[in-house]
Design a protein around this ligand. Structure first.
Ligand SMILES: [Mg+2]
Length: 326
């Protein structure tokens, strides 16, 4: 089959893979699949791949490459309110990835297995003449019928995010030698946020029964909120002034205000994005208890699409509408 070059990632999925989807696949429109487990429980299945030159830089520390690979998958489990059970690992390595690289890569995985209480269940190891390609399939579990899906957002819900936004996209710029105006500590913080996402498992689990729609931010805030809106049949308005920013991100934007585009459109944050009936104080308190900031940034409305407003109520242009693989 010749794929016309204009089909983007989502159009490719819709045309070629959605017709293959099983009942638990949620139409391939959510972060995960759900299959029945023992009575009262569902398994949550997720796979995500990372490719050298696309998702990580060739000289990134191997331990952190392994951790990022695992964590981007755990982040999707977190976004459904699920607890991780284990994972399968596929590695496709060029000859340049020697035993020393693999030893560090495996050490990163071992550290995270201890952190998250999981183990490796199986996988495959192959050679490639191309770029290093790594894939994990993560398995989680959730009480039956309790997983928080993307499709539950309703007009009147507030829109919330965990943590701070834009750090990873700015960290990628810093790792590539950009952001000359910020100090070394800010630079190190942003690069760490790019290389080492923090799956919000405790927060995600605590939001079961409260969040109406949830996903993790991997393609960028505006693009991912657009996914929630599309499958929920609603629109959204975000207020740029409410976006939670780290000190390092604020320092970056102070020197270069156009970097707001990286906060709105940049990917790799792996923070939780969710909607819930208005309860901003209670949710901020929940976040405080768990140790992750929870911030209301806007509102779900009837209609469609995502609007971003500046403090004067004028629309803000979003230069990058999510990461486009194709
Ligand atoms: Mg996701």
């Amino acid at each position: 089959v010749v794929v016309p070059p204009h089909l983007n990632e989502f159009q490719r999925i819709a045309r070629f893979f959605a017709p293959l989807a099983a009942p638990g696949a949620l139409g391939l429109l959510d972060d995960v699949a759900l299959i029945d487990g023992p009575p009262g429980m569902q398994y949550v299945l997720k796979t995500d791949a990372i490719v050298e030159g696309v998702h990580f830089r060739p000289d990134d520390p191997p331990a952190q490459v392994g951790q990022k690979l695992l964590r981007v998958n755990l982040s999707d489990l977190a976004a459904k309110g699920a607890a991780p059970v284990g994972y399968l690992l596929m590695t496709a390595l060029p000859p340049s990835r020697d035993e020393a690289w693999l030893a560090e890569f495996a050490a990163g995985l071992a550290a995270d297995q201890a952190t998250f209480g999981i183990g490796l269940l199986g996988g495959d190891s192959v050679a490639t003449p191309g770029a290093t390609t790594l894939s994990v399939a993560a398995i989680g579990r959730v009480a039956a019928g309790r997983a928080v899906l993307r499709r539950g957002a309703r007009p009147g819900d507030l829109i919330y995010v965990s943590g701070t936004l834009g750090d990873a996209a700015l960290g990628l710029k810093a790792a590539a030698g950009g952001l000359a105006g910020i100090d070394a500590a800010a630079r190190a913080f942003l690069i760490d946020r790019y290389r080492l996402p923090q799956p919000r498992l405790a927060l995600g689990a605590a939001l079961v029964g409260t969040a109406r729609a949830m996903m993790d931010i991997s393609d960028g805030l505006v693009a991912d909120l657009g996914h929630i809106c599309e499958v929920s049949g609603v629109g959204a308005t975000i207020e740029a002034a409410l976006l939670p920013l780290s000190h390092a991100a604020k320092a970056s934007l102070a020197g270069e205000p156009a970097l707001l585009g990286s906060v709105l459109g940049g990917g790799d944050d792996y923070e939780l994005l969710f909607t819930a009936p208005a309860a901003a104080a209670a949710l901020a308190e929940l976040g405080e208890r768990i140790g992750v900031a929870v911030t209301a940034i806007g509102r779900i409305e009837a209609g469609q699409g995502v609007r971003v407003l500046d403090p004067e109520g004028r629309p803000v242009a979003v230069p990058v509408a999510g990461y486009q693989h194709f």
